[in-house]
Design a protein around this ligand. Structure first.
Ligand code: WT7
Length: 635
């Protein structure tokens, strides 16, 4: 029996050493024993970070849905696979068993086929957190179509950009969504997006809020009648190990969002194996990750990882504040949740509301607590530990990225002693390195640097859709023969890692990854705006919030600044989505620039963070006079 379930720190080190001494043998053993293959691989790994190119389990044939569904039918057919908890607590939860899910995925996949979707076609999924979302991912995977899920909080413009970038043939959406007291007309957003998307042939619409929507003849169809008419049997399409499974967009420091491409076998093996170990999942546990499936956390740790392990995975439609701030804890009690995985921003928001909401509920079912998405501050860590885990349930602070496909640095609960704000130790097979700015590796402990990974792991993204050059430049050019994460980190005296945050122009707001460039581009579309620069500043709930410096075309602009602020945020909402709105907007006569015309964000960051005691060297600025003006008028 291989080390599929790690239990003690000595065992961790033992397995870890083995995993990095011979990663191929390590992952081969995991892959052999725990998955269903139509055909085994000819070669475990070939890689070259210079090209870059990575291939795992080449020559193997499989379908990930046979691993997530078919193989559980004999032993877990009646076990709940997806436990759907609706937005409204008065609406009944849905217990979707592995057998039900299998049938529903087959029906959905048959509908996709009947609409002409074939292996390799891209399908955009723009759905709220309803069962159809999980089912549509699996239905695509069943027939080898590449899903591209776009978070349903993105605007029509952002959706259109993503649909066009990967040339999607179909969009799956719903009439609308519930979020707390609000309803959102998603189908209208899709209609607007599709005005700019010529490649989309069909739109399938799930009914959720029963709103009137406009159905375009020949393009749009209601989903349910099609599902009702479809067969619930379908043999899965046989896929190659390296066939793309999905595309998921993430923000970059510059330009267009990056369509990260994940492939089939390596992603399956890594998401499943990390799920089992990081959450120490046991057969009768109920596991709940509060993320949206629109993000990588939901792909790997609501859908694929849990289902590949035959787990029960809770899917929650609503928000933590509805009907009140006790909702998460009410759900934990109601479904006797064993593992709970959320983001620091949610923890901070709930901590603010006081412990009354927590104390009403029995949280004794909890065995493991997880956090992900951004650094967790010490106060939030302790609040989580004291009030939710009651110091009994270990906290796993899991560091990873859309690009990594699965958890990379994390404690193993009940094995790794935890330390607040530390993601602690690398997962099996992960070889981190800290680098200095000259490109040299910093060895030893009690050091900090830029976080890189030296060796491929099975679920590393293989490329950026349609732009391999950008993939190379972004991740493999900063340091020779290394994957560069974009994060800074420190390593303490025992070798534990603490992630200190992004070192590029990506800002993490409430756990959402936002690039500054697209936001600036949106602002600059306002007719009165000449130029803008966005930086992050510390915020007690969001982690970071956005601060915008804006120069106007006409100095002495007579227009009301509050109105301008509203209009700017309106443009951002239209172009990207409400998550990218600015908390503060300062109008200024100039932005500090280098002689080559590059905006000095370092200075702007310090001013926004009210940390102006040492602005560093400003002598190289083209226009040093504007710094004082910006400081005098800082918000
Ligand atoms: C960035 C990746 C992977 C799931 C969600 C985010 C930050 C993620 C942690 C953590 C400190 C973290 C990093 C990373 N991040 N987890 N535990 N501690 N920072 O995925 O949107 O691709 O964002 O999130 O800065 O690079 P993503």
């Amino acid at each position: 029996m291989s080390n599929y379930h790690i239990k003690h720190l000595e065992e961790y080190y033992q397995v870890y050493r083995k995993s990095v001494r011979n990663p191929e043998a390590f992952w081969e053993e995991i892959a052999e024993e725990h998955f269903l293959w139509r055909k085994k691989w000819d070669n475990v790994l070939s890689w070259d970070f210079k090209k870059p190119e990575v291939k795992w389990f080449e020559g193997a044939k499989l379908n990930i849905t046979e691993n997530c569904l078919d193989r559980h039918l004999a032993t877990r057919g009646d076990k709940v696979a997806i436990l759907f908890e609706p937005n409204d607590p008065k609406e009944e939860a849905q217990h979707i068993t592995y057998r039900d899910l299998y049938h529903r995925v087959n029906q959905f996949a048959n509908v996709l086929k009947s609409k002409g979707i074939k292996k390799g076609d891209r399908v955009c999924i723009y759905l709220p957190m309803i069962p159809e979302l999980a089912i549509s991912l699996l239905a695509c995977a069943r027939i080898g179509a590449i899903h591209s899920v776009v978070f349903a909080g993105f605007s029509a413009t952002a959706l259109a950009t993503r649909i066009n970038d990967s040339d999607c043939k179909m969009v799956i959406t719903s009439d609308g969504s519930y979020r707390g007291k609000k309803t959102i007309d998603l189908k209208c957003i899709v209609d607007e997006a599709l005005e700019d998307c010529n490649g989309v042939e069909s739109v399938l619409v799930a009914k959720r809020i029963h709103s009137e929507c406009n159905m375009k003849e020949g393009r749009d169809e209601w989903l349910q009648p099609l599902l009702d008419a479809a067969s619930d049997q379908l043999t899965a399409t046989v896929m190659d190990a390296e066939d793309p499974l999905f595309i998921l967009y993430t923000s970059g420091s510059t330009g267009m969002p990056k369509g990260m491409v994940h492939t089939t076998a390596g992603y399956m093996v890594y998401s499943a194996y990390t799920f089992k170990n990081v959450f120490q999942y046991r057969e009768n546990d109920v596991y709940w990750c509060t993320a949206d499936i629109g993000w990588i956390t939901g792909h790997s740790y609501i859908v694929y990882g849990p289902l590949a392990n035959g787990a029960t995975s809770v899917m929650f439609e609503g928000v933590p504040s509805y009907p009140d701030y006790g909702r998460f804890w009410e759900i934990v009690e109601k479904h006797k949740v064993s593992q709970f995985y959320t983001a620091p921003t949610a923890i901070r928001a709930l901590a603010k509301e006081g412990v009354e909401h927590v104390e009403k509920h029995d949280l004794s079912s909890l065995k493991v607590l997880g956090t992900v998405g951004e650094p967790i501050n010490e106060e939030a860590w302790h609040w989580y530990d004291d009030n939710i885990g009651k110091r009994r349930a270990p906290i796993v602070d899991t560091w990873w990225q859309t690009e990594t496909g699965g958890i990379m640095i994390t404690p193993i609960p009940y094995s790794t002693p935890t330390k607040p704000t530390y993601a602690t130790l690398p997962f099996m097979g992960i070889q981190p390195a800290l680098m200095d700015e000259q490109g040299k590796e910093i060895k030893g402990n009690q050091v900090d640097g830029r976080l890189c990974i030296k060796f491929p792991w099975p679920s590393i993204a293989r490329t950026i859709w349609g732009n391999h050059q950008r993939y190379k430049e972004t991740y493999f050019s900063a340091y020779e023969n290394m994957y560069f994460t974009g994060d800074g980190a420190l390593r303490d005296e025992v070798g534990y890692y603490r992630i200190t945050g992004r070192v590029d122009d990506v800002i993490i707001v409430s756990g959402h990854n936002l690039g500054t460039a697209p936001i600036e581009d949106a602002i600059n579309e306002h007719p009165a705006v000449a130029e803008s620069a966005i930086v992050g500043f510390p915020h007690d709930v969001k982690g970071n919030a956005l601060y915008g410096y804006v120069t106007l075309k006409e100095t002495g602009e007579s227009r009301n600044h509050d109105n301008l602020r509203k209009e700017i945020n309106q443009i951002i909402t239209e172009q990207i989505g409400p998550i990218a709105k600015l908390n503060k907007i300062q109008f200024t006569n100039g932005l500090p620039k280098t002689r080559s015309g590059k905006i000095m964000r370092r200075i702007l960051r310090k001013i926004a963070s009210k940390d102006t005691s040492n602005l560093g060297d400003t002598s190289t600025l083209l226009n040093p006079e504007c710094v004082q003006e910006i400081m005098d008028n800082a918000l």
